[in-house]
Design a protein around this ligand. Structure first.
Ligand code: EPU
Length: 340
């Protein structure tokens, strides 16, 4: 098995924040069997490893030690099409948005609300990507992975992945311990438009669309995202840098008393999600910059690199924002990307 390891590789183009960092060793993985060969390799097997997908949920504050595995496993196919729906499978290295577009072209609707989310298919389950009224967990079937310690391949179903809001077992018990190689999704039949997200519904109404088809939902999601989120191709960023904090009713009511305009959403379990972007903006942090790092001027949840910011500089800004929100609201914001 060919293991063409690159030494001292530049990672600037492999992370969407576009911060400078170098990998001592980098290996591009196009076939899951290479991963097995890495685990079995007398030298590579023992090195610490960092798994890179699209690099869109990552902040590099230093040069990663050991071996960086850049996952480029390709392929998309329909596995089954029956009364329960369509079962599709994609390689972990496929760009998520390419899978959304491919499935729609195949006449397989169901992923349109998740259009334009940066990153790879293999990274999608790690943080249970979500947007515009939908989360990956709702269409997730199963995934294949390799255990980086034992070299064993395994399949995990939905329950085993322990999905939560921007959360999964891959951020906890399995963090850094495995590599996802294939992901399977089940797109239910009959298809129904998911229009629960108020902004999406408003956008479609304004466009005069009554009962949208999947293509129209896709177009609306793309238009909304393009209007309010910076494009990582043009401006370094990793999407939302902070998670929306979830609090119990008592805390939410206390905050609401002091800040009646705060945006919050009730969740099924009686807790509330507070809009972190609103709190950051209320602290006066929106648009604020520290060196070349800044809080985006259009969406306060997003930190951006205006060019040449280091990962540590971005992290310092994140800490400033976190301290401002803590001071004003008594809430501790959590970071969404993995910080290395
Ligand atoms: N808001 C502000 N200031 C801002 C931006 C937003 O006050 O600068 C307010 C809005 O007016 C709105 C509320 O905050 O009332 C929520 O904003 P938005 O609809 O943009 O959603 P969000 O909760 O900030 C989440 C996801 C996004 C996803 C959108 C749409 C998280 C951490 N982020 O953002 O996901 O696109 O909902 O579903 O849950 C990502 O994870 O990288 C990401 C971009």
């Amino acid at each position: 098995m060919d293991l063409a390891v690159q030494s001292d590789a530049d990672l600037t183009d492999l992370n969407t924040f576009r911060v400078a960092a170098r990998a001592q060793r980098l290996l591009r993985i196009t076939d899951a069997r290479q991963l097995r060969a890495v685990v079995d390799h007398p030298e590579l097997g023992r090195l610490p490893k960092l798994v890179l997908g699209g690099g869109s949920n990552l902040l590099l504050t230093r040069d990663p030690q050991g071996l960086v595995l850049k996952i480029e496993i390709a392929g998309m196919r329909v596995l089954a099409d029956d009364a329960q729906g369509m079962l599709i499978e994609a390689g972990a290295g496929v760009a998520w948005h390419d899978l959304v577009c491919w499935s729609l072209r195949q006449g397989l609707p169901g992923l349109e609300n998740l259009a334009l989310i940066p990153g790879s298919v293999g990274a999608a389950p790690v943080q249970n990507i979500g947007a515009y009224g939908m989360e990956l967990v709702e269409v997730f079937d199963s995934l294949d992975l390799i255990d980086l310690t034992t070299g064993r391949f395994a399949t995990l179903d939905r329950a085993a992945c322990r999905f939560g809001y921007r959360d999964s077992v891959f951020k906890h018990a399995l963090a850094g311990k495995s590599v996802i190689t294939q992901v399977r999704l089940r797109l239910p039949r009959p298809w129904r438009a998911r229009l629960g997200y108020a902004e999406l519904q408003r956008h479609l109404e304004r466009s005069g669309v009554g009962e949208p088809d999947a293509g129209q939902v896709f177009d609306a999601v793309c238009a909304i995202r393009r209007a309010k989120l910076p494009d990582p191709q043009r401006l370094g960023n990793a999407g939302s840098f902070f998670k929306n904090p979830v609090v119990n009713r008592t805390i939410r009511n206390e905050i609401l008393e002091e800040f009646p305009e705060i945006v919050s959403y009730p969740l099924d379990d009686g807790t509330y999600k507070l809009a972190a972007a609103w709190m950051i903006e209320a602290c006066g942090c929106k648009g604020r910059s520290q060196g070349a790092a800044a809080v985006d001027s259009r969406h306060a949840l997003v930190l951006v690199n205006h060019g040449g910011a280091s990962g540590s500089e971005v992290l310092r800004l994140a800490e400033t924002v976190r301290a401002a929100v803590r001071e004003r609201f008594g809430i501790e914001l959590e970071y969404e990307p993995v910080v290395v």
